[in-house]
Design a protein around this ligand. Structure first.
Ligand code: 5GP
Ligand code: MG
Length: 174
């Protein structure tokens, strides 16, 4: 079985408008603070790069690498964090930014670690949340989407498709 790109779920214009709104929401939610944006690499970097430019507060960025999918399209159930948390994260007001909330394991693991190193506050922002994760909280959510595997706008399959400006389904072919 292999996959090809399917229909577009969210086009670039729709994404851009929502990212702009999220930037405004975060700016008013964090007014008076200096948000430290922590994008979850690799998937969250495209979203975070656009989002930080929509935030009208003095913001900084410290990306962290995490992966739970390996090279496939099923969560492995284990979050791989190949680093020590940078000390400068302590006492920061953090906004964790990821592409998608699926099992929630990645964000929950990171949130706990950030509090462990003394973060002042930790907010979460995801561009997408799957239907099966509707019960999982995040402070800011771009779009609720169906339980399907999507690619584009930073989201990959085995490293491919991240550069696509739209977010699309994948279609399986025999
Ligand atoms: P969680 O820890 O919430 O299960 O998984 C979150 C991570 O899994 C995301 O950061 C993302 O990298 C990956 N992921 C989850 N669902 C999808 C999906 O539909 N498409 C892609 N490309 N990655 C996904
Ligand atoms: Mg990810």
């Amino acid at each position: 079985m292999s996959e090809v790109l399917g229909e577009v779920l969210l086009d670039r214009e729709t994404i851009r408008n929502r990212v702009r709104q999220l930037g405004r929401l975060i700016s008013s939610d964090m007014e008076g603070l200096e948000p430290c944006m922590v994008p979850v690499l690799d998937g969250g970097m495209v979203f975070a790069a656009d989002l930080i430019r929509e935030i009208s507060l003095p913001a900084t960025m410290i990306p962290l690498k995490a992966s739970s999918y390996g090279s496939g399209s099923e969560s492995s159930g284990v979050v791989d964090l190949p680093w020590e948390l940078p000390k400068e994260l302590s006492s920061k007001d953090i906004i964790l930014v990821d592409d998608i909330l699926d099992t929630g394991l990645t964000l929950e693991t990171l949130r706990r670690k950030l509090f462990d190193v003394g973060a002042q506050s930790v907010r979460t922002c995801v561009l997408l949340r799957k239907k099966k994760s509707i019960h999982l909280p995040a402070d800011h959510i771009g779009f609720d989407i169906p339980d399907v595997f999507v690619v584009g706008y930073g989201l990959d399959l085995g490293g491919r498709y991240r550069n696509l400006p739209d977010i699309s389904f994948l279609r399986e072919t025999a």
